[in-house]
Design a protein around this ligand. Structure first.
Ligand SMILES: CC(=O)SCCNC(=O)CCNC(=O)[C@H](O)C(C)(C)COP(=O)(O)OP(=O)(O)OC[C@H]1O[C@@H](n2cnc3c(N)ncnc32)[C@H](O)[C@@H]1OP(=O)(O)O
Length: 213
């Protein structure tokens, strides 16, 4: 696509850390997107990270031609936001940093964010509004459910399933064939060698549950 032709107007939803990190590079995808600014219900200021805060989430309802980059880390909050945007018919932008490696037969759901230096090797399926953070590595035949969050430097071996809304902490590693249940939380630096039940928090090496439900 030539610069300036058919660019899509986007806004980043959320002015928190994840939102500002996403804005820092979505801004550079100028051949594909024109980043207009942020929307945020908290609307802490008129300007954040040198970009305008256009208003609360309802701003998107009033500008249906603009796509949303939902860059809010917490999966449950992101799911709520996506539900509101779906009800208004707002499209979710899929943003993939050019320094990432997205291999063959990798399917990215609508609204997925793939950050710089992430690697998705091959035969991987990501649901809607998934965040694959800086430097995360996803091996072959992986499945990642809607709204899941993979923090920076996560390593998933082959055949790993991350169910919807799970949150895998920074630097965690997951052995091949493991399933992380829906809404589960994996602590920073954990090594997951057993399946994790839904809505369960695990930490450590090897990872063990500290909390359920
Ligand atoms: C760019 C970005 O910022 S992206 C976001 C990156 N952030 C992350 O990846 C955060 C990941 N979150 C964590 O690791 C958190 O510590 C959680 C979710 C696992 C637990 O958080 P909390 O529920 O607040 O638990 P809390 O801090 O009270 O700790 C409970 C116990 O687990 C231990 N614990 C907590 N996290 C870990 C961990 N990652 N590894 C080992 N033990 C841990 C604590 O030492 C504590 O043990 P104790 O009861 O013996 O004192």
């Amino acid at each position: 696509m030539s610069a300036g032709a058919s660019r899509v107007d986007v806004v980043v939803v959320g002015t928190g850390g994840m939102g500002r990190e996403a804005a820092a590079w979505v801004h550079d995808l100028s051949g594909q997107y024109r980043l207009l600014g942020f929307v945020d219900d908290a609307a802490p200021a008129t300007t954040v990270a040198d970009l305008p805060v256009l208003g609360p989430l309802t701003w998107l309802q009033e500008h249906p031609q603009v796509q949303a980059v939902v860059a809010v880390g917490a999966p449950a909050t992101r799911a709520d936001i996506v539900q509101r945007l779906d009800a208004w018919g707002v499209d979710l932008a899929q943003v993939v940093h050019p320094s990432s490696v997205v291999g063959p037969r990798v399917e990215l759901g609508e609204g997925t964010i793939v950050c710089p230096q992430a690697v998705l090797t091959c035969d991987i399926r990501l649901g809607r509004a998934v965040i694959v953070n800086y430097g995360a590595m996803l091996g072959h035949d992986g499945v990642v459910g809607d709204h899941a969050f993979l923090a920076p430097g996560v390593h998933l071996a082959g055949n790993v399933t991350i169910e919807a809304g799970a949150d895998v902490g920074i630097g965690a590693s997951v052995r091949q064939g493991i399933t992380i249940g829906a809404g589960a939380v994996v602590g920073a630096g954990a090594a997951v060698v057993r399946d994790v039940a839904p809505a369960t928090t695990v930490v450590g090496v090897p990872a063990r549950p500290i909390r359920r439900g």
